[in-house]
Design a protein around this ligand. Structure first.
Ligand code: HEC
Length: 133
């Protein structure tokens, strides 16, 4: 599975999605299951996306990383960041989750159950534990 392409667990993984190192400490099994099966039901805070139409007719979509009075920074699916000037934006709407919707179709029910159990077991950051010892 390509979860690590977008998610960090411990030291490994990408930064497009939320860090999952201690995801089991703060979420329920139900929430985790839903995040995988219905990514749009509840988009993690700070990972809202936008779809933007520019004045020259291009569409750009991504996670809203930063925004101020004259520009907006989007993180695209390939993890690159684009900055758009508000003056260059024709229209904007809220986008879907960047978490792929079809992940669940690639898993057997058993794999899905194991995956949720695994995520739920991620309660403490192993690096933090090392520091305590
Ligand atoms: C293309 C990038 C991408 C891939 C691949 C991906 N995710 Fe995600 N995931 C995201 C993004 C972006 C979010 C935040 C938006 C949201 O909540 O839907 C997210 C959210 C989540 C959340 C909720 C986290 C929270 O803090 O609420 C969980 C759990 C999760 N993903 C698990 C997985 C698992 C398990 C896999 C592999 C089967 C996976 N993801 C694959 C991008 C991805």
């Amino acid at each position: 599975m390509s979860c690590l392409r977008c998610h960090q667990i411990g030291r490994a993984g990408g930064k497009v999605g939320p860090n999952l190192t201690t995801i089991g400490a703060s979420k329920t099994r139900r929430y985790l299951l839903e995040s995988i099966c219905l990514p749009n039901a509840e988009v993690a805070k700070g990972f809202e996306t936008a779809v933007i139409l520019t004045v020259d007719g291009n569409t750009v979509s991504g996670i809203v990383k930063a925004e101020n009075d004259d520009s907006i920074d989007l993180i695209k699916a390939d993890a690159s960041i684009v900055r758009l000037k508000l003056d260059d934006i024709e229209a904007r709407r809220t986008g879907k989750s960047s978490m792929p919707e079809d992940l669940v179709t690639k898993l057997t029910p058993r794999q899905l159950r194991d995956l949720v159990a695994y995520l739920f077991s991620l309660k403490t950051d192993p690096r933090a534990a090392d520091e305590v010892e």
